[in-house]
Structures are given as structure tokens and as C-alpha cells.
Design a protein around this ligand. Structure first.
Ligand SMILES: [Zn+2]
Ligand SMILES: [Zn+2]
Length: 779
């Protein structure tokens, strides 16, 4: 039957998801036109509503293409279709609906320059040739330039730039790629760039970007204003420049991320598989951590002592222009801050904070309203894992497995991220850095105020970590008291496991392996190598790594040799003997002092930390006595074993205690491991092999204890738990993740890992939110 002879039908189509501010309405307009259909489209509180009328077969095509051809940065979560009576409508229109009530779609995330805009940027015939701020509905800044909802130009920092007639015409034309592109701009009407010296004086230059390139190629340090903040940049192939940046930034060991022109350039630096390539090219453009190639020309100082490199591709037109000069091969692009301070965004703030570091500044006058670092991701055990959720991902919602009243979960202490939740959606803040001081706390409050306003969420409960000393805990208590809200303390490792349970919507109990550096336990000790039987509501501690003292407390985090000493001493090894002193690289006097401290329990909190256990092993195997950042030793240890096969026999860790006794968890007892390791050391076994044996030993012991947990659950009358949730910062370790999954699967377990939220402390608040919602629901 031809379309002409078909009966006319009309459908009401409701689309939920990220469909506002991403070019969805013009897309639907064009689609309806192409399918020969009439009707209308408008925004509503949860997405868009489309009325569509015409032949049934054409409507079918329309609905199919609606899902399959949606704009690149749109995300369709659901489509609801209702039959309505035809009204013989003519033509298709975009209606500017008055949105009443709450707007739950909020603001889209920032998206990298699209192909069409990139083509214009480099086309001498185009009116936006080399314009550093071009964008369209498919690309450009969103979250970082928005003051409040609704997401409309007057609410963004583009309000300061009235559009010229040509830009306005594009903005008003439903068939134009720039229809309602809020940051639309051109040479005539939009923001501009300029160069200043370190003391803030403008340096006159015909083309500030070319001048910036000359500075970079000359080995100078540039502070470059970007999308979510300033970057500090140097030529990544210039050893002296990289060393100077490190010195001035007081950043010794931490790896620096490197930006390159395109995928081919990334392939020249790193081993980029299909999955890495997809990640690199997503509109979020995260830094992707991949294995570095030998002799790739990147300065050794960019990534000392590890076999990986964080690479990413340009995502702003300004960055594309830097790489349009073929002499620019690779640039270090690191967040412009000192250590874990928030990234600088404001021109004056940048000048005062970075004046001692940068030789010159590439400034622009489009105000950044939300600080947002670059996101970091990697392929861990065959699938993408988000390590730092920031630009490009914030403020996109993450699904929750249950209905939630409005609530706030404040997260932890390091790598802080909070979560606002309502309904079935959790909104995680951008990575906020370490909440160690007032600056960190100010950033936390700034971001919280903004996101609460953006999503119009007024929390009715507050969740925090059990640690009484965290700044986030103190703040949560104070805030909850001021607002008269209920306060819920959540155990750190339970929150980690719950984040994995919720991400995969697992029903019922799981065996949770929570492996990380530090978390406050219910017994007041420092937990971190935990086997929990848990669901979204509660947990019991089935087993843990045996406690050892942390001589000197936090000093043991900075000096892994102290953890090695504690472990060797606990294993009954004579730490005062000459060979062990040599292994520790420590003076007899220092060792004796620490031993006395541990014996008298002075400043030596007990810990079952898996992260510190890895540190101790790194201190022995790599002689890594001190570190510049947390987990550095453990990361280097993993890197050492990168070429070792997986099926290496592990060092022995025994299981001590009786399972099934309430309140008496089993203990993973590593004494035999240390004896075997010292023996390997004496026999001259390679560091790579020893590291591999260590990883295998940990994985094998954890598989054994997981089997024991399943056995105990069968005795308890259950069917036997078969699902395992892996979480905690140690799961960033590729080798351990892989060994655990394969080992557990071989025993018949179903294994789940964090993917969309970080397994590290960045994912903590998401877990806290889920536990709190479950408790409030009385489930
Ligand atoms: Zn574009
Ligand atoms: Zn213009």
C-alpha cells in the first residue's frame, strides 16, 4: 500500500534523557521533514515531547531513525509512544513551550569540537577560519559556562557577547547546525584570545596562538586557558622544559598527561587498541592511560618509572589550532594548580597563582563558571573504566537501582566527589581533589551550590563516611544540623562494594572484595583489604588482611619502607639483621626506633590495608623507600611485571581463623609470602618475576577466601553466594583485576567491576547514596 493511500495516524512521542541543548529539536525537525510528516516538538520537564502525524510506515521509519541517528552528544534513555487522534496538521514546527515545574534534564556535559566545526576551523574560505571559539549544537562547552538553568544563553558566560546578525540568523534557523547553540559566536561578536607575560602585561602579537606556539617550541612554560580551567603546557619532547615544569610545580613523581594531534599521533606514542581508540575519540575526550611505546620521543621526565602514559586529543578549537602547526608534536597539558589544589579558572586567579610557574599566559575572555579537570579513563581488564570523572561526564546522571528521595552523599577525603541523588538518578560532582584544607572545602561548597541549583535538588538527608576526622564528615555534620536533616554514616568499604552493586543493579547479597588504601573500620582501625558479605543495606566482615601496625601513621603512606618493616616484623623475620636492613635501605637506628614505636603502640594505628601491603612489597622488590604521591610504589610494582605471563605461581598467603563465627572474621596471613620473597631476592630472581608472584599470590588468596565465603553462605542455609563485586582503588591495578576475574570465574563466580563510577574514592559517594536511599526506604 502506498503512503498516499494509507490512513493518517498521529502519535505522541515522549523522549527522556539528555535531549535538551544538544541539537535534538532541530534533528527531529529535519527528520520529520525528510519523512514527510507533520506535527511539532517542544521541551518539557523531563525531555522532549513530539507530536507526529502521517502515514504509518513513514512514522515507523521516523521512530527507527529517531533512535539510531540521534545527535552525537544526545543520550536517549527512554521513548514512550501513545496513540492520539489525527488532526490533519500541516508542516512541522518547533514550539517554545513554557516549561512549568521542575526541569530535570539540567545541563549537558561539555563536548569536543565536532568534525563539521573542525572542517570550518581549518578552511581559509570559512568565516570562522581559525576562530578559537567556534562550536555548534553538536559540540562546545556547556556545563563549564553555565550559571544556572534553564540552559539558555543569558544564563551562560556567553551572555556578555551579543550575537552579530549572522550568528543570530544561524541561531534562529531550525535547519542550521547552530540552531539554539547557546555558545554560538564568531570573529565579529565572540570571545577573543590574547597573550600576557607572567606579570600580567599584554604582549602584542598579530596572532596570539602562533606566538604561544613559538613560546612552547622555545621550551617555555605556557598557562593556557581552556574549557574547565587553565592548563600548564610545555613541549612534551623537550626534557629540559618538562623538568623545569616539574620543578616549578613542585610535582615530582606524578605522571603528566600529554595531548597529541589525532589518533595516529596517539598510536605513535602508545599501544592503542580498538577500545582505547573509542575512548580517545568520545565527545568527552578523557585522558586515556595506555601502555607507552619504547622510544616514543616523550621526555623521560613526563612519566618516570612506569610503562604507561596518559594521552588525550584536542577537544577545544584553541587546542586544535596549536596542533595545526605541524612542528607541534606532543604537549604536556596538566591542570594548572599546585599539587592537589583546585584547578585555576579565573584570569586574575591564574595570574596570581601561576605567575611563579608559567613564563606567559594565553588568556581568553569567555568566563569559566565551573572548574572541571580533565577526566581520566583506561581500559582495565578489557573494558573502559573511569578513574577520574570530570569534564565531558559531569553533570550527566548515573542510574540508581531504586527510587530515592533527594539526598546528598559527601564522599570521602582524597579524590573527593559528592553525589546528589533524586528519583532514579545520581549526579556526581566533578573530581574535587583532596579535601584537606579550606581551598579544597571552598571548591566543594562552590560545586555543591551550583549542582543543587542546576538540578533543583534540596537534600532531605545527608550521608557521610564514618571517619570522624574527615573534613567532609565535619562539614556534613554541621550542615545537617543547620538544615535539620537526618545524617547517615556509611562505612567506607561497604560504600565501595555498594557502588559496584548499584552500578550493575545486582539484587541481593554479594561477596564484596573492597581493596584500597585507607578506610575507617567499625572497630576504629584502618581497613583496606576487606572481604564483605554485603547488599545495598548492610554488610558483615567475612575476612580481612591481617592487621599490622603503620609505624608513624601517615608517614607510612609517604615512606613505604616503614610498611615493609611492619610486615616483615609481623612475619617474624629478624628486621635487625644486616641483610634485611639492606633490603629496607634503612639505618639500624631508624629501624630500632620504629620497632620500639610499634611495640609500645605509639603512633602506630593497626591496618588491614591492601594498598599499604602493595607499598610494602614495592619497598622490598623495587627498593622504593619513599613516594611522592599515594599509590606510586604500588603502581610502579604493577608496571614492573607488565611483560610477565599471568600463570605465575604466587607467593603463599594462608587463611587463619574459623569461618562462620560471627564477629570473628578470617584473616589473610601473609607471613609465608615474605619469607618466599626474601628467598627470591637472595636467589637473584628478577624484579618482574617477583612482582608477578606477588600479584598472583594476592589474587589466589582472595579467590580462596571468596570460595570460603560461598561455602559459609551455603552452611548458613542460603543457595550459596555466586556474585562477586570488586571495588576500591587497588582495582585500578590491571593485573590484579584480570587475575581476580579469571581466577573467580574459573571457580564459577560471576564477577562485577566498577565501570561508570570510579572503583577508587571518587566512587564512594555514589555508594553512600545507594546505601542511604535503601535505609530510608526501609528495605
Ligand atoms: Zn560543532
Ligand atoms: Zn557572530
Amino acid at each position: 500500500m502506498s503512503e498516499a493511500t494509507q490512513k493518517r495516524i498521529r502519535r505522541n512521542v515522549h523522549v527522556c534523557g539528555v535531549v535538551q541543548g544538544v541539537g535534538f529539536r532541530p534533528f527531529v525537525y529535519r527528520l520529520a521533514y525528510e519523512c514527510g510528516l507533520s506535527g511539532q516538538i517542544g521541551n518539557d520537564t523531563e525531555g522532549v515531547t513530539i507530536e507526529i502525524e502521517g502515514a504509518g510506515s513513514a512514522i515507523e521509519v521516523f521512530l527507527e531513525r529517531l533512535r539510531s541517528q540521534a545527535p552525537p552528544i544526545a543520550r536517549i534513555d527512554s521513548v514512550r509512544i501513545e496513540e492520539v487522534a489525527p488532526i490533519d496538521s500541516v508542516g512541522f514546527s518547533i514550539v517554545h513551550s513554557q516549561v512549568l515545574g521542575r526541569v530535570s534534564t539540567g545541563i549537558p556535559a561539555d563536548a569536543a569540537t565536532c568534525c563539521d566545526c573542525l572542517r570550518e576551523l581549518l578552511d581559509p574560505g570559512d568565516r570562522r577560519f581559525r576562530y578559537p571559539f567556534l562550536n555548534c549544537t553538536n559540540c562546545g562547552p556547556r556545563f563549564t559556562i553555565t550559571r544556572r538553568i534553564p540552559y539558555d544563553r543569558p544564563q551562560t558566560s556567553m551572555a556578555a557577547f551579543p550575537m552579530c546578525a549572522r550568528c543570530q540568523a544561524e541561531y534562529d534557523d531550525p535547519l542550521n547546525r547552530r540552531f539554539h547553540a547557546q555558545p554560538n559566536a564568531c570573529w565579529e561578536c565572540g570571545p577573543r584570545v590574547w597573550l600576557t607575560s607572567a606579570d600580567g602585561n599584554e604582549i602584542s602579537a598579530d596572532d596570539p596562538i602562533t606566538a604561544c606556539i613559538e613560546n612552547l617550541l622555545g621550551g617555555r612554560i605556557m598557562a593556557i586557558k581552556g574549557i574547565g580551567g587553565f592548563h600548564l603546557s610545555v613541549d612534551a619532547t623537550n626534557d629540559a622544559a618538562v623538568a623545569r615544569l616539574r620543578r616549578r610545580k613542585h610535582r615530582n613523581g606524578k605522571p603528566l598527561a600529554v595531548m597529541v594531534r589525532d589518533l595516529d599521533a596517539a598510536r605513535a606514542l602508545c599501544e592503542i587498541g580498538v577500545e582505547e581508540a573509542v575512548l580517545l575519540e568520545t565527545p568527552a575526550r578523557p585522558i586515556v592511560v595506555a601502555r607507552a611505546r619504547e622510544g616514543n620521543g616523550i621526555a623521560r621526565g613526563a612519566v618516570p618509572d612506569i610503562p604507561w602514559l596518559g594521552v588525550f586529543l584536542p577537544y577545544a578549537p584553541l587546542q586544535h589550532l596549536l596542533f595545526a602547526d605541524t612542528r607541534v608534536r606532543a604537549l604536556v597539558m596538566t591542570s594548572a594548580n599546585l599539587s592537589e589544589e583546585p584547578i585555576a579558572i579565573d584570569n586574575d586567579e591564574a595570574r596570581s597563582r601561576l605567575g611563579e610557574i608559567a613564563d606567559a599566559f594565553l588568556m581568553h575572555d569567555r568566563e569559566i563558571l565551573q572548574r572541571c579537570d580533565d577526566s581520566v579513563a583506561g581500559i582495565v581488564d578489557g573494558a573502559p573504566q573511569l578513574m577520574r570523572r570530570a569534564r565531558g561526564f559531569v553533570p550527566l546522571g548515573i542510574a540508581l537501582p531504586l527510587d530515592t528521595p533527594a539526598l546528598l552523599a559527601v564522599g570521602g577525603h582524597l579524590k573527593s566527589v559528592f553525589t546528589l541523588a533524586r528519583g532514579r538518578v545520581a549526579y556526581q560532582s566533578q573530581h574535587l581533589g583532596d579535601l584537606e584544607n579550606v581551598t579544597g572545602l571552598d571548591f566543594f561548597k562552590e560545586s555543591l551550590t551550583h549542582l543543587m541549583r542546576t538540578f533543583e535538588i534540596e537534600p532531605t538527608a545527608v550521608a557521610h563516611d564514618m571517619h570522624p576526622g574527615y573534613l567532609s564528615t565535619t562539614w556534613a555534620k554541621q550542615w545537617a544540623a543547620e538544615c535539620g536533616l537526618p545524617l547517615i554514616a556509611v562505612q567506607h568499604h561497604h560504600a565501595h562494594v555498594a557502588s559496584c552493586i548499584a552500578e550493575h543493579a545486582i539484587d541481593g547479597k554479594v561477596i564484596g572484595l573492597a581493596l584500597d588504601g585507607t578506610g575507617y573500620g567499625t572497630d576504629g582501625r584502618v581497613w583496606g583489604g576487606e572481604v564483605l558479605i554485603a547488599d545495598q543495606r548492610s554488610f558483615e566482615r567475612f575476612a580481612h588482611l591481617a592487621y599490622v601496625p603503620m609505624p608513624g601513621g601517615d608517614a607510612a603512606v609517604r615512606e613505604p619502607w616503614r610498611m615493609a618493616l611492619a610486615h616483615l616484623q609481623a612475619a617474624g623475620i629478624d628486621v635487625d639483621s644486616a641483610p634485611v636492613l639492606e633490603v629496607l635501605g634503612a639505618a639500624q637506628h631508624d629501624v630500632r626506633l620504629l620497632v620500639r614505636m610499634m611495640e609500645r603502640s605509639v603512633n602506630s594505628p593497626h591496618t588491614s590495608s591492601m594498598g599499604r601491603f602493595f607499598d610494602a612489597a614495592a619497598a622490598v622488590i623495587l627498593k622504593r623507600g619513599k613516594v611522592d604521591y599515594e599509590a606510586q610504589a604500588a603502581i610502579e610494582l604493577e608496571g614492573t611485571a607488565i611483560d610477565e605471563p599471568d600463570d605465575i605461581s604466587g607467593y603463599e598467603i594462608t587463611l587463619a581463623g574459623e569461618s562462620g563465627t560471627p564477629g570473628q572474621p578470617l584473616q589473610l596471613e601473609p607471613s609465608p609470602l615474605w619469607k618466599e620473597m626474601l628467598e627470591d631476592l637472595r636467589n637473584g630472581v628478577s624484579r618482574a618475576r617477583m612482582s608477578a608472584r606477588f600479584h598472583s599470590g594476592v589474587a589466589q588468596a582472595l579467590v580462596r577466601v571468596t570460595c570460603a565465603a560461598r561455602g559459609a553462605s551455603i552452611l548458613g542455609g542460603a543457595d550459596g553466594l555466586s556474585k562477586v563485586a570488586l571495588s576500591g582503588g587497588v582495582l585500578h591495578n590491571h593485573r590484579l583485576s584480570r587475575l581476580l576475574r579469571t581466577g573467580l570465574e574459573a571457580e564459577g563466580f560471576q564477577v562485577f567491576q566498577n565501570r561508570r563510577v570510579s572503583p577508587g574514592d571518587g566512587g564512594l559517594s555514589y555508594g553512600q547514596a545507594v546505601i542511604t536511599a535503601t535505609m530510608l526506604a526501609g528495605r
